[in-house]
Design a protein around this ligand. Sequence first.
Ligand SMILES: *Cc1c(COP(=O)(O)O)cnc(C)c1O
Length: 468
Amino acid sequence: MRKTVEELLRNLPSLEAVLGDPGFAPVLARLGRELSVRLLRRELELLRQTVLNGGDLPDQAVVPAALAARTLSSGNALLAPSPVMVVNAGGVVVHTNLGRSLLSDQAADRVAEAARGYMTLEYDLTTGGRGSRLAHFDGLMDDLFPGYGFLIVNNNAAAILIALKALAAGREVVVSRGELVEIGGSFRIPDIFAASGALLREVGTTNRTRVEDFTTATTDRTAAWLKVHTSNFRIVGFTEEPTVPDMASASRQAGVPLIVDWGSGDLADLSPLGIRDEMPVRKILEAGADVVTFSGDKLLGGPQAGFAVGQPDLIAKMRTDPLSRVCRLDRLKIAALRETLAAYARGTEFEEIPTLKMLALTAEEIAARAKNVIAAATRLGADADRMSTRPGVSRTGGGSSPTGERPTILLAVTGKNGDEGKLEAKLRQGSPAIIARVQDGDLLLDLRTVLPHQDDIISRRLAEILRR
Ligand SMILES: *Cc1c(COP(=O)(O)O)cnc(C)c1O
């Protein structure tokens, strides 16, 4: 006979009874008494609610051993590291959802050091007085962008917001309708305008805007022109957007500054890698942009940060805006960023910075690794008939260059009775998680974005899921 609510509630053990049960001792040892009590109380309350809501409570759910197991697993979930590390075999180098750029060893070492000690963050050792946190970049930024001013804040969205607020609040900024983009993660140009207090003056059409549209729209209310890198899409066909050089000379004639949101902002010339629709920031400045903003963790390959580089008087206005303080860099980022920029100054960026190293890998190098992985997986017991290599493309990603594709060699696992989705989920849910993709009945892995020391992990996990 079904128990009544009262009987079920009476069946629930007391907190003290469970805590005192020998079966609960390992939970106390692992989580400590206070956390164990908080979590156990919650488990008991959940059971009580289940009963009050008319649910059943099997006897085995209320034995101390069951409650101990549930408390332990909620404690483990609470304390487990998060985000967890994954192996990115998806072939998108700057993958926003997977953390964009990896730091170089040099930068990571500096972060570890900076995390543990006091430092001259805003302190001048010579005078014993106050220093400036951006002064740590003076030398390197002058080397990279001689003659220009700079501001570095928490991310590019902040850099644009500060540029619009400091240079154009209460006045108009002219933008092409073809560039009113959403970058993802709810970063929309019109929203940034609303937050900055600058007034958006749209010109042109979605597919065609000319420099004359900007000139015609410019009045004494105009504070600036803005060009936005349409970095994650491309309108193809009957299109026209004015180039930076065209806009720069016209904006100078009109007497208003040109702000360029260059999105990804590569410092290195990537055209030798076949990435031709990206122009290094220096070229954008040379073309006449007055302020260029860009991210630190896209093609630049450093930590999350936002740069503004340009005319010293404009940058000075941005620096004194209170938002620059609100969005300032923390010391770990400063340590990482300085070391990343130092690689560019040394000319060793393609040897040190993971994002650039990955992009620079040739299809032949990736093919050799894929073949080694297949051979190792086969030795470990994977079904060799299901693994092969084939040409494909890796993507730069991260709203960097929309057509930025690099030829690669994919490791393909042939689906059997439509099991490719299951195999993908197994890789994703195993430990460590491996991110791969499914396409046309196959499971595809791109080793471009896999760190070389992780190739062994891939072999081992392929052997597990493809056991003969
Ligand atoms: C990525 C991107 C942003 C946002 O940069 P965050 O550093 O993520 O804030 C802004 N504009 C463009 C064109 C971008 O590509």
